[in-house]
Design a protein around this ligand. Structure first.
Ligand code: BG6
Ligand code: BG6
Ligand code: GLC
Ligand code: GLC
Length: 914
């Protein structure tokens, strides 16, 4: 029995006072929990947490995995939408993370009771409508933002972006939601609205969102607590020895649902439970959270009034009205602001005396104090568990907290903290109120989830990068080269242009999507300037697939035509020949074609020196002469073109019809060439990466089909996964399969869709352009004979993105391998370098370049890479190589004639003397 002497102020006779004190005290007595009782609650909470972890969902405390593995680390960035449903308000929020800073914009919406308790479809349609309004307000309807969804109810998750509602709690009761994935329901509502799109990346409980929000400020925050409409806790639990931690949403509101709190439950609590929308459930929540505390107080007041101890025994209709006494009144009354209790009571239609006010305040105090103490006991169990998990004698930890009860009630936070301290003396617990709600946390989780996805991708890419590095080394070794997939061909180009090049040159550029002939004049008046004129010539299919003689006759004929037009048929200009196929070289002006790649397959050329074949064709004509001084791969031409503008350029890559890369390797590492001093450009021919089976793990059925139908099966397997000649076809094959399975075009397959080559890589670029993508997609798909629906557009565009993203990522992995090698060769901690790039895919695709750059920078973090687009093709670079060759040949001719004359002189001298 509790005896206190607090009613001396009361304006009643002394004997009455004693009786009143006694009776009120007796009524409130069950709310006053002793230390022992609180210890017991702590122990039961602890047992509940353990049971929940063991039984996975079937016990009173559910302990739901959240798939959040870590708290934020400050690297999160980007714009996110956050939707926050389940607290007092529904809130839509835009969060922009930038350099450890978050900017937030939000708007609050109410969810009417009839929607909370209507059908699931109505509820999610209402949310979609609020989101639509918010996006309008932000002017971001077309942004297709990544979104995090705070859904403050118990959800069974199997991944970060799915959550099956276990059961509604608090005031919600919408039909057809329990047992369903709430993310799918939201997606469907957005689809029904057909007005905007979102990429829902994560669904999180409000406790988890709160923990993440606070952890952004304080890295020691590993617990999230809500003391608001409902109550709940999440914390970072050690899930297994390897993965270490995962945030667990305890749903501690369910403690007592198995009867374990029956000894502290009062008749008033029972009444509140019976009148709730979920009797028998959330028993702990019903003792401690904002939605119920006012109701408990009303039940006590009703009882006291019925007993004649309050309001002169006058039970009004108001007092009998459920929900009339809100928790916010509790906070106001306990704040005891200027004795406003009477006016609050009056507002409620309860005419009370001054004495009544004091009793009402006592009741509120008892109910709220018990709530805070119970939460403190629960918290003590949680922090002790974490401390023991980690085998610590002492734990310092921060709890991120949110909820109206915690924030608005004058004593709740203090009592909570005191109780936790007393019951968990080995833990130093800091409570950190969340300033901006759980939305910021949901956005952070979305950012982390995206990063985790990127990390796991990086895992594969890192693997590929390492394999590629091993292949580079294999191709360079004398003994390993014959069996290596990467041929690592020496190019006999030893330096980047140094600015001294000059002269008048012809460049031939054969092997990309166009055959081009150029005249390149490099002069040195004041500074080095380059003038270029060029013409594109056709290379019809019958010529590139005919005989080698015909092909080179055609090249010679085009060159004759060009010289005639340039009026230089009578000159013998030095010619640089960009020949974009793998060639074995022992010197600059000789190149034996190893094998045709891409579209070319002219007979009798493989194994032959292409310079000789071209010279022969020119001679056969006899109408002009040419001095072919250098044959270079297009990657080399590109590196030299870019090297002309940036001396740091030491890598050249092509991402066009085909793909390939060259880079400057230390001569001492190139076993196939004599000499150890200086560097030489090596043509990697990386398109053949995987030809020895190394990429089998990541090749798909579509890649295999492309290979089977190509002119060189089993060869250039990397090229076939990533380059422009094949990507469109990859998309087409995927669409055919999807149509066969009825996933697109209502399962209709047209003859056009079945035609090889009908879907081109340029179509991918057009569809992925965000602005005109949709109308382009319509046009392209209509040409394929299908009548696409809106869903079809979105699916086709997703397929395009998957294929082009994979390409950019794979090329990034290979390029990262080259950069790592350069870094190692130079022995520097940080590499500063430039990569020259050319090729239609890189140039035309709207997002390819950005994705590639980003992935490379992620894979080789200690590098400052400049990506330099080759504006003028590889012809200019070929001319630069030719200029050097010309100078060397020219000066060696002088040298030889000088040597001969010296020799002659010496022999004369010799003869004379001896
Ligand atoms: C808000 C959070 O601040 O607090 C919500 O953003 C959370 O996610 C809510 O549900 C809890 O408090 P209340 O008092 O609104 O239920
Ligand atoms: C051109 C270069 O710009 O790009 C060629 O001059 C190169 O040498 C070509 O082969 C590669 O791209 P695509 O897309 O034409 O294969
Ligand atoms: C209820 C919900 C829980 C939520 C809490 C606080 O207990 O079941 O998921 O975290 O309310 O909003
Ligand atoms: C093919 C060729 C290669 C060329 C590349 C880009 O892979 O084999 O030599 O550099 O296409 O055009």
């Amino acid at each position: 029995m509790c005896h206190h002497n607090r009613f001396l102020l009361l304006n009643v006779a002394k004997s009455d006072i004693i009786s009143l004190v006694f009776q009120v005290d007796e009524t409130l007595c069950p709310f006053k929990l002793s230390q022992e009782q609180l210890q017991l609650v702590k122990a039961r909470m602890r047992a509940g947490l353990e049971a929940g972890l063991k039984t996975k969902g079937s016990s009173a405390i559910k302990m739901l995995p959240s798939y959040v593995y870590r708290t934020p680390d400050g690297t999160e960035h980007g714009k996110y939408l956050a939707l926050d449903l389940g607290g007092t308000n529904f809130r839509a929020m835009m969060v922009n993370f930038k350099r450890q800073n978050a900017r937030l914009y939000h708007k609050i919406y109410t969810i009417p009771l009839e929607i909370m308790q209507g059908t699931g479809e109505e509820l999610f349609d209402h949310i979609a409508q609020c989101v639509s309004d918010f996006l309008d307000y932000m002017g971001m309807k077309n942004a297709h933002l990544p979104a995090g969804f705070t859904f403050s109810f118990p959800c069974e998750q199997t991944a970060i972006d799915t959550g099956t509602l276990v059961s509604w709690t608090k005031g919600y009761k919408a039909t057809d939601c329990e047992g369903h994935d709430v993310v799918s329901m939201l997606r469907e509502a957005i689809k029904r609205r057909n007005e905007f799109d979102l990429d829902i990346v994560a669904v999180v409980n409000d406790t988890v969102g709160t923990m993440m929000s606070c952890a952004y400020e304080d890295p020691q925050c590993e617990i999230g607590l809500i003391a608001g409409t409902g109550t709940n806790v999440c914390y970072m639990e050690e899930v297994d020895a390897e993965l270490s931690k995962m945030c667990i949403n305890t749903e501690w509101g369910g403690l007592g649902d198995d009867g374990s709190l029956d000894d502290i439950i009062t008749p008033y609590d029972m009444e509140v439970n019976q009148n709730s929308i979920n009797p028998g459930r959330q028993r702990f929540e019903k003792l401690t959270s904002g939605m119920y505390l006012g109701e408990i107080v009303r039940q006590v007041l009703l009882d006291l009034t019925r007993g004649g101890l309050l309001f002169r025994g006058h039970v009004t209709e108001t007092l009998k009205t459920p929900g009339i006494f809100e928790t916010k009144y509790l906070s106001q009354i306990e704040r005891w602001e200027k004795l406003c209790v009477r006016s609050i009571l009056q507002q409620l239609g309860l005419k009370g005396t001054c004495d009544d006010s004091i009793i009402v305040k006592e009741v509120c105090g008892a109910v709220s104090r018990r709530a805070a103490q119970l939460c403190g006991a629960g918290m003590a169990a949680v922090v002790d568990k974490i401390r023991e998990n980690r085998g610590l004698d002492h734990l310092n930890i921060t709890v991120g907290v949110d909820g109206a009860l915690y924030k608005l009630h004058p004593h709740f936070s203090r009592v909570l903290k005191d109780t936790t301290e007393v019951l968990a003396p080995q833990c130093n617990v800091t409570f950190l109120p969340s300033e901006e709600g759980s939305g910021k946390g949901a956005a952070l989780i979305s950012a982390v989830a995206r990063q985790m996805h990127a990390d796991s991708l990086s895992g594969t890419l890192l693997d590929i990068m390492q394999q590629f590095r091993r292949e580079l080394a294999k191709g360079l070794g004398r003994d390993t080269n014959p069996t290596a997939a990467l041929k690592m061909l020496p190019t006999f180009v030893r330096s980047i242009p140094d600015g001294s090049e000059k002269g008048d040159f012809i460049a031939l550029d054969l092997g990309g999507s166009n055959f081009r002939i150029l005249r390149v004049k490099v002069s040195h008046e004041k500074k080095q300037t380059v003038q270029m004129e060029s013409q594109i010539y056709d290379t019809p299919e019958d010529i590139i697939h005919g005989s080698g003689t015909r092909l080179f006759d055609h090249v010679a004929e085009c060159l004759g035509d060009f010289m005639e037009k340039q009026n230089i048929k009578d000159k013998k200009l030095p010619v640089g020949f960009t020949f974009s196929f793998p060639c074995q070289q022992t010197k600059l002006d000789e190149g034996f074609l190893i094998t045709w790649t891409k579209r070319f397959k002219a007979g009798g050329v493989e194994g032959m020196d292409v310079v000789k074949l071209l010279n022969k064709a020119i001679k056969k004509r006899g109408d002009y002469d040419a001095d072919i001084m250098a044959v270079v791969n297009d990657t080399v031409g590109t590196m030299m073109t870019c090297g002309f503008d940036d001396q740091r350029c030491e890598v050249g890559i092509i991402i066009g019809t085909g793909t390939n890369a060259c880079y400057m390797e230390e001569l001492r590492n190139i076993d196939l060439v004599e000499g150890d001093e200086g560097r030489m450009c090596v043509n990697t021919e990386w398109g053949a990466f995987g030809d020895d089976g190394r990429l089998e793990d990541i090749r798909t059925e579509f890649d295999r089909e492309i290979d089977r139908g190509s002119i060189n099966p089993g060869k250039q397997l990397f090229e076939k996964m990533v380059s422009g000649m094949y990507m469109g076809e990859l998309v087409r094959l995927i669409l055919v399969k999807m149509a066969r399975e009825g996933l697109v075009f209502e399962g209709r397959i047209t003859p056009e869709l079945l035609t090889k080559g009908k879907f081109e890589t340029k179509h991918i670029s057009a569809i992925e352009k965000s602005k005109e993508g949709l109308s382009k997609a319509r046009e392209i798909l209509t040409r394929l004979g299908v009548e696409p629906s809106t869903d079809d557009f979105s699916l086709v565009s997703q397929v395009c993105t998957v294929v082009s993203f994979r390409s950019a990522n794979l090329i990034a992995a290979a390029l990262a391998g080259i950069l790592m090698r350069l870094k190692e060769n130079k022995g520097v901690a940080r590499l500063r370098t430039t990569v020259g790039i050319d090729g239609s895919l890189y140039k035309m695709h709207p997002q390819y370049a950005r994705r590639l750059h980003k992935a490379v920078r992620r894979l080789v973090p200690d590098t400052d890479v400049r990506f330099l687009l080759s504006e003028s093709g590889s012809g200019k670079g070929a001319a630069m190589v030719t200029a050097v060759a010309y100078r060397l040949t020219y000066s060696s001719r002088i040298f030889w004639s000088y040597l001969q004359s010296v020799h002659a002189f010496f022999s004369i001298y010799h003869r004379n003397v001896f």
